[in-house]
Design a protein around this ligand. Sequence first.
Ligand code: UDP
Length: 328
Amino acid sequence: MPRILITGAAGFLGSHLCDRFIREGYDVVAMDNLITGDLRNLEHLQALPEFTFMHHDVSTHIHLNGPLDYLLHFASPASPIDYLKIPIQTLKVGSLGTHNCLGLAMAKGARMLIASTSEVYGDPEVHPQTEDYWGHVNPVGPRGVYDEAKRFQEAMTMAYHRYHGLETRIVRIFNTYGPRMRLNDGRVLPAFIGQALRGEDLTVFGDGSQTRSFCYVDDLVEGIYRLLLSDYAEPVNIGNPDEITILQFAEEIIKLTGTTQKIIFKDLPKDDPTQRQPNISKAKKILGWEPQIDRAEGLARTYAAFKALPEEILYKQEHRDFKDYKKA
Ligand code: UDP
């Protein structure tokens, strides 16, 4: 049975990856410091003999007994609101955390895949974004702590690959959604669905003309699975190229949820990218991958999962308003 370590395992993406690798017959070691992750995302796996949870912060030295075949480094805060609240941890997990993971992978002879991001392209001047675009990032803006940590993470990973011959993979993840997103983490989809469920107005930042392209989580996991098992070490975009404006997205959520609330406009956060769409030619060619689940289907599944959440989670007052949060 191959053994895999997944960092950030209690988070949205980490927990879906745990599910997939358990299903594929792997022995899964799940690691998380639970700053933004939630053990409820892993509850259903706890009793399995092939599943182990380790409560650990990967920004400090990682000790793991036994062999290791694969390592997925997914630990990191991942919403703009989180970067503002925990900027130093965000920088540390992308840099020191990555260094610790690379060292562990070297010591164990494991293949390592890192979760990079479309944020390495910043506010992109090339559209759609191809992997050979170097990006347009403000290092000292509020998103800089995430963007630069992820850019450093890629550089460090390529250095281990080139200098030490370590087997590495780099996935650049574009906006992804699905069940288990943290309801109040400030990201647009949980924000809108949460607002609709609570009977609040939907908050569109700016005039809503900025675009994003949303990928359903199962499609992303399939792309990551294929990339890990491929022999390709350069970065690969994984995302759904179906691009819409945030205003259109809000209208879709209103239709989906049947809410009678309206759209209200709030200030656009600093350095909010104006457009984002992955060019996925590389993933198609190298991995034979493209998304299978369209937004109507993915949103219906996600809404069903959010509707089933207990009231105390729905009404948890964590990070509700971007402006209040900035003052904190
Ligand atoms: N956004 C919004 N209202 C919200 C939350 C987010 O209009 O309540 C916008 C945000 O300004 C951005 C887009 O939705 O343009 C996606 O934001 P998110 O934080 O989900 O991810 P990003 O792609 O910016 O990292």
